[in-house]
Design a protein around this ligand. Structure first.
Ligand SMILES: [Zn+2]
Length: 1011
C-alpha cells in the first residue's frame, strides 16, 4: 500500500447537539478527498478491542436488496428489541455504515446518451479489478447483516451501505474499489441497461415523475434542465445504435469527475477515530487526485417561458395545480433560509391561511409549498419554489381564481413586510429539532451527511439543515420580488384534458397541451386591487414547547431500559400500557391508541360510514393539529379500530389530546364538507390498485382475510351514501368503545394516568364487550394447494406485470419464536441468490424480492417479481425454477457461510433501536398483534442459536417441495397491458384457478382469529 497521509485533520470542529455522544473528525487526503469520520460509542458499548475482530475476508455469494414488504397494512416488519447481556457479543449494538457522495450527476449527461450518470452509478456495482465478481460487494454485505443502495441526483451521486459492526473494514475495502478501479465490462453493461430500463418502467405511470419530465422537456432548449435523467433502453442502447461508444462515454464521465476533489466520504464505526482514519487513508489513498472546483454548467436565460399554462393528462384520478417560481440559488444563504420563511407562510394551514380559505370555498383539499429537497429544485443554477394544491372537481374549474387569491396572499405578505417574530418561531423550532434530534439508521445518516459535506462548510455539516441564524428582512423582501406572474409556470395535472390537439412528451409518452395565460389576468395578478378579508397572517403559535425537563432519574439506564411496558390500567373500557424512557432521555413521548368502535366493520356500508366519519373528523381537526407544530398526529382505520397516534415533544400532548377528544365527542359534519370528503374518498377508491405491486398484495389479502371489502363494491355503495345516513350512524358508532393504549417516553406514570383520564372525562360511553370486537380470520389453504389468481392490470396503460407467489406456512405457536426464526434465516440465505439470478443475470425486471409475510399472525413466505418485459407465465416459471434450485443450494452451503448468515441475523435482531420512536413502534406491534412478548426479538435471537442447517433443509422440504402435502401456495398474477391471458392454457392441470374470491372463501376453512 502506498503510504498516503491525511493532509489535514480537524477534531471538534463539527457543531453537534449536546446530546450527541458521537465523535466527529474531518480529514482530507492528498488526492483532495475529504472524509468525515464518526466514532459512535454505542457500536461497541463493551469497548472496542482490535483483537475481537476476526478480520474480514471469507468469500461466497450473496447480495442485497432493499426489500420492501411494506405494501401491507398488517404484515411483516423487521424486528429489533431489547435484550439482556448474555455472553460475549450479545449486547445491543448498532451497525456500522458509510456513504460516498460524488459531486457529479445527471446535469452532466452528454446529450447523445441521456441517463448516463445514473447508468454509471449502476455499473460501479458490477465488479472491480480487485473484486471482479459482479455481486461480490452485495454478497459480502448480505452475509454480514448489511445492505446497500445508491442514487443519482442532478449534481451529485450518492452510494451508501451499512454492515454488522465487525465487518466495516472488509466492506470498505470492496466499497473503495468503486472509486479506484471499477471494471465496467461491456457484457455487464449490456445487461445492466435493462435494469435501468426496468427502473424507468417503474416510473412510467407515476404522475409526479411525468410532471417532472414535462417540466424538463418544456424548459429552454440547451438549458441543463432540458434533459431526461432517468435513462432507459432507448436513450442508452439507442445511443449505441447511433454509433455512440457507450463504454467510452461512461469511462470519460468517470475519469473526468470521479476524483478526490469531488468526493465526500462519511464513515461511521465503533473503532477509534485514529483507526477509522488509517483505514480511509489506506483504502481511499488510491483514488485519483483532482481539483475541488465544482463542475460548471452553462445556463443562460430563464428556465421556462412565462405566461404559460400546461395541462398534463394524469394516470390517476387526481387534479393538482402546481405553481412554480424560479429563484436564484440560495445555498450560500443557508444561515438565513429566506425561502423557508415564505414556505412557512404560503404553506400554512391555520386560520387566515390560503389553504384554509380555499378549503372554505370547497376548491382544495391540501396544499404544500416550498423549495423541494431534491437536486432539481435545489441546484447551483436555481432554487425552484413550488406550490402544489390538490383540487376538488369544482376547484378544477377555478384555476385562475385560485391563482388570483394566491397573489392576494402574496400582496398581503408584501404589505405586512417580513415579520421577525415568525422567523424567531422557525429559529426556535430549528434549534429544538437540532438539540433533540432523533437518531436515524446509520446508513441514512451517513448518506445525509455526505450530501451535506457538499453543501455546507465543515462546522455546519450537521447543523446546516437546522440553522436560522440571521434575520434578514431585506433578503426576504427581495426574494418576494421573484413571485411574479411572469416568473411563474403553471401546471395542471388532471385525468381529462379537453383537447384533441395534445402534444406528446417523448420519453414518458404523456399527453399535454399548452395554453397562453390571458395578459389581462397576468396584469391583475401582479398587483391585486384588494386582499380578501379572510386572508391574514397566522397568530402566534401557542403549541411551541418550552419545557424540556427529563423524567428519567437513573444515570445508568441500562437495566431499567430493558424492563417491558407495564399495564397500568386494565378495565372494561380501556387497557393502558406505560413505559418511562430511560434510554434516550429526550423530551419526547409517543402516545398510541387503538379504539374499537361499535359495529364499525360490520358491513361494507358501516365500514364506509366509519371511514367517512374519520375523514371528516380529520378535516375538522386539521387546523388544530397543524398548529401543534412539534407533534405528529395520525388517524387511521384498521378493521373496526380507529388508530390515533400523537407523538413528539411531550409537553403539549395532554393539551392536544384534550382538544382532539372534545371535538371527536360531539362533532357532526356539515353538508359542504361531506361532499368534498366523499368526492375525495371516491377518487381514492378509483385510484386503488393502480400500481401492479399494490394490486397483487391486495389480491392476496383478499383471498387470505375472511372479511375484506372489495374496493369496487365500496365505490358503488359509497356513491349512494348521504349525510343523513352518516348523521344517524355517528351516535351509534360512538356509543360503545374499547381503548388499548401505549404511553412511552418522557412521561411519568402519573402523567400517563392523566392521559387516560382525558379519555374517561371526554368520552361518556359504554365499554364495548370483547365479543363485539372484530377479529380477523385467515383462510387455511387445503393440503397441497396450488392456487392461482389471474387479474389484468387496473391501469390500461400499465406495461408491468407482477407475480407474487405466496407459500402459506402455519399460524404462530403461542409463546414460540421458532417458526419465525427459521423463516427469517431462510429469507436471509436466499434473498441475494434470488436477486442475483432473476434480476442481475436473467434481468426479469427491476423488482425481484422475497421475504416472510405475517398476516394476522399466520406465517407465510412470498416471492415477488415485477416485469415489463415478460408475462406472468414466464415469470412464475422462472421463480419455480429458482425455488427448485434452493435444495441444491442449501446442500452446498458450507457451515461457515451458514454461520455467517445466522450470526448476521442474530446481530440484526439484537441491534439497538436508534430512536425512541423506533422502540415505541416495536412495542406497539406486540400490542397490536396481541402477542405481548416485548422481548420478542431477543427470544428469536436465542432460538436461532439452536437452529442448524439441517433444520432449514427440513423446513424447506416440508413447506416448499412440491411433493410435500404441506406445501400450499397461491400465485397471484397481475397481467400487464401487453400480455395475453391466453398463455394460461399452458398451466399444469394440478393448478386450481380462483375465478371468484367470494366463492372461494365460502368453501374455505379458516384459522381461529389471533388478533
Ligand atoms: Zn437506478
Amino acid at each position: 500500500m502506498p503510504e498516503t497521509k491525511a493532509v489535514s485533520t480537524l477534531d471538534n470542529v463539527v457543531v453537534k447537539s449536546p446530546n450527541d455522544r458521537r465523535l466527529y473528525r474531518v480529514i482530507e487526503l492528498e488526492n483532495g478527498l475529504s472524509a468525515l469520520l464518526i466514532h459512535d460509542p454505542d457500536i461497541y458499548p463493551e469497548g472496542y478491542a482490535a483483537d475481537q475482530i476476526d478480520e474480514d475476508d471469507e468469500d461466497g455469494e450473496e447480495e442485497e436488496e432493499d426489500s420492501d414488504g411494506s405494501y401491507e397494512d398488517d404484515e411483516e416488519g423487521d424486528d429489533e428489541d431489547d435484550d439482556e447481556v448474555e455472553g460475549k457479543g450479545d449486547q445491543q449494538t448498532k451497525k456500522a455504515a458509510a456513504a460516498m457522495c460524488v459531486a457529479m450527476g445527471s446535469f452532466l449527461d452528454p446529450p447523445e446518451a441521456q441517463g448516463l450518470a445514473h447508468f454509471l452509478e449502476h455499473m460501479l456495482f458490477m465488479g472491480s479489478s480487485e473484486f471482479p465478481d459482479e455481486n461480490e460487494y452485495d454478497s459480502y454485505l448480505s452475509k454480514h447483516g448489511g445492505s446497500s443502495n445508491a442514487y443519482t441526483e442532478m449534481e451529485h451521486t450518492c452510494y451508501h451501505f451499512e454492515v454488522k459492526r465487525e465487518f466495516l473494514q472488509g466492506a470498505l475495502k470492496r466499497f473503495s474499489q468503486f472509486f479506484v478501479a471499477p471494471l465496467m465490462k461491456t457484457e455487464a453493461m449490456e445487461r445492466e441497461v435493462l435494469a435501468v430500463d426496468s427502473e424507468f418502467n417503474q416510473a412510467l405511470q407515476n404522475d409526479a415523475c411525468r410532471l417532472q419530465q414535462l417540466q424538463c422537456y418544456t424548459s429552454a432548449k440547451g438549458h441543463p434542465f432540458n434533459r431526461f435523467s432517468w435513462g432507459n433502453k432507448k436513450s442508452l442502447s439507442g445511443a449505441m445504435e447511433n454509433g455512440v461508444d457507450l463504454r467510452e462515454c461512461i469511462m470519460k464521465l468517470y475519469k473526468e469527475y470521479y476524483h478526490g476533489g469531488l468526493m465526500k466520504l462519511v464513515v461511521i464505526g465503533g473503532e477509534s477515530l485514529d483507526t477509522l482514519e488509517s483505514w480511509v487513508v489506506e483504502l481511499f489513498g488510491d483514488v485519483k487526485n483532482g481539483s475541488k472546483i465544482m463542475p460548471t454548467l452553462e445556463a443562460k436565460g430563464p428556465i421556462w417561458e412565462g405566461g404559460k399554462l400546461y395541462r398534463l393528462e394524469a394516470v390517476k384520478d387526481v387534479h393538482t395545480l402546481d405553481l412554480t417560481w424560479t429563484l436564484p440559488p440560495l445555498r450560500h444563504a443557508y444561515v438565513k433560509k429566506p425561502e423557508d420563511y415564505l414556505a412557512h407562510l404560503l404553506g400554512h394551514e391555520g386560520k387566515g391561511s390560503l389553504l384554509s380559505f380555499l378549503k372554505g370555498k370547497g376548491w382544495a383539499t391540501s396544499l404544500s409549498a416550498g423549495v423541494g429537497d431534491d437536486g432539481i429544485n435545489r441546484s447551483s443554477l436555481a432554487y425552484v419554489f413550488g406550490m402544489s394544491i390538490h383540487l376538488t372537481d369544482s376547484g378544477l374549474e377555478k384555476i385562475y381564481d385560485i391563482i388570483a387569491y394566491t397573489y392576494q396572499y402574496l400582496k398581503l405578505l408584501r404589505d405586512a413586510s417580513p415579520q421577525e417574530w415568525i422567523f424567531k418561531e422557525l429559529q426556535d423550532i430549528g434549534n429544538m429539532d437540532f438539540r433533540y434530534a432523533e437518531e436515524q439508521a446509520a446508513d441514512d445518516y451517513a448518506a445525509e451527511l455526505s450530501e451535506n459535506m457538499l453543501a455546507y462548510p465543515v462546522e455546519h455539516i450537521i447543523y446546516g439543515d437546522y440553522v436560522y441564524r440571521t434575520w434578514d428582512s431585506k433578503m426576504i423582501a427581495d426574494l418576494m420580488g421573484f413571485f411574479t406572474p411572469k416568473n411563474m409556470r403553471i401546471d395542471v395535472v388532471s385525468k381529462s384534458i379537453k383537447s384533441e390537439e395534445f402534444q406528446t412528451e417523448p420519453w414518458f409518452g404523456s399527453h399535454y397541451i399548452v395554453e397562453d395565460v390571458p395578459l389581462v389576468l397576468m396584469e391583475t395578478w401582479i398587483n391585486p386591487s384588494e386582499v380578501d378579508n379572510s386572508l391574514h397572517l397566522p397568530s402566534e403559535n401557542q403549541f411551541i414547547p418550552s419545557d424540556f425537563s427529563i423524567r428519567a432519574t437513573s444515570s445508568d439506564g441500562d437495566l431499567k431500559s430493558q424492563s417491558p411496558p407495564k399495564c397500568i390500567i386494565d378495565e372494561p373500557l380501556m387497557k393502558f400500557w406505560y413505559k418511562l424512557d430511560e434510554t434516550f432521555k429526550v423530551p419526547r413521548a409517543n402516545t398510541y391508541f387503538r379504539i374499537n368502535l361499535k359495529g364499525a366493520y360490520g358491513s361494507v356500508k358501516n365500514c364506509l360510514l366509519t371511514e367517512l366519519f374519520i375523514n371528516l373528523l380529520k378535516d375538522e381537526l386539521n387546523e388544530i393539529i397543524y398548529q401543534a407544530t412539534k407533534l405528529e398526529t395520525s388517524l387511521s382505520m384498521y378493521g373496526d379500530k380507529l388508530e390515533l397516534k400523537v407523538f413528539g415533544f411531550n409537553e403539549k400532548i395532554p393539551a392536544l389530546l384534550s382538544k382532539i377528544l372534545a371535538i371527536a365527542k360531539s362533532f357532526m359534519p356539515s353538508l359542504d364538507r361531506f361532499k368534498v370528503i366523499k368526492e375525495n374518498m371516491e377518487r381514492g377508491l378509483r385510484n386503488t390498485n393502480m400500481k401492479p405491486l399494490n394490486h397483487s398484495t391486495y389480491l392476496r389479502l383478499q383471498l387470505l382475510c375472511k372479511r375484506i371489502y372489495d374496493s369496487d363494491e365500496k365505490l358503488s355503495v359509497l356513491n349512494d351514501l348521504s349525510l343523513t345516513d352518516l348523521n344517524s350512524f355517528i351516535p351509534e358508532v360512538r356509543s360503545q368503545i374499547f381503548i388499548e393504549a401505549l404511553c412511552h417516553g418522557n412521561l411519568s406514570e402519573d402523567e400517563a394516568v392523566n392521559i387516560s383520564n382525558i379519555f374517561k372525562n371526554s368520552l361518556t360511553v359504554e365499554p364495548l364487550p370483547v365479543k363485539s370486537r372484530h377479529g380477523e380470520q385467515i383462510t387455511c389453504f387445503p393440503l397441497s394447494a396450488k392456487l392461482v389468481r389471474d387479474v389484468n392490470v387496473k391501469n390500461k396503460s400499465e406495461t408491468n406485470s407482477v407475480v407474487e407467489l405466496y407459500y402459506q406456512i402455519e399460524p404462530e405457536e403461542a409463546k414460540s419464536t421458532r417458526m419465525k426464526a427459521v423463516l427469517d434465516l431462510f429469507s436471509e440465505i436466499i434473498e441475494e441468490p434470488l436477486f442475483n439470478q432473476l434480476r442481475t443475470k436473467e434481468q426479469l425486471g427491476y423488482v425481484v424480492e422475497c421475504g416472510p409475510r405475517l398476516t394476522y399472525r399466520v406465517h407465510g413466505f412470498c416471492f415477488c417479481v415485477q416485469s415489463s418485459k415478460y408475462g406472468p407465465v414466464h415469470l412464475l416459471g422462472r421463480i419455480d425454477n429458482f425455488i427448485k434450485d434452493i435444495e441444491g443450494m442449501l446442500e452446498q452451503l458450507d457451515e461457515e457461510s451458514f454461520e455467517d448468515y445466522r450470526s448476521g441475523l442474530i446481530g440484526r435482531l439484537l441491534e439497538k433501536d436508534p430512536s425512541l420512536l423506533s422502540e415505541t413502534n416495536e412495542l406497539w406491534s406486540q400490542i397490536v398483534d396481541k402477542r405481548y412478548m416485548f422481548d420478542y426479538s431477543q427470544k428469536e435471537a436465542e432460538e436461532l442459536r439452536s437452529i442448524e442447517k439441517k433444520d432449514v433443509m427440513k423446513w424447506y422440504k416440508t413447506y416448499f417441495k412440491e411433493s410435500s402435502p404441506k406445501s400450499r401456495r397461491l400465485a397471484v398474477r397481475v397481467w400487464g397491458c401487453d400480455t395475453n391471458m391466453k398463455e394460461t392454457q399452458t398451466d399444469p392441470k394440478s393448478v386450481q384457478v380462483i375465478a371468484d374470491a367470494v366463492a372461494f372463501k365460502s368453501t374455505s376453512k379458516f384459522y381461529p382469529s389471533l388478533c
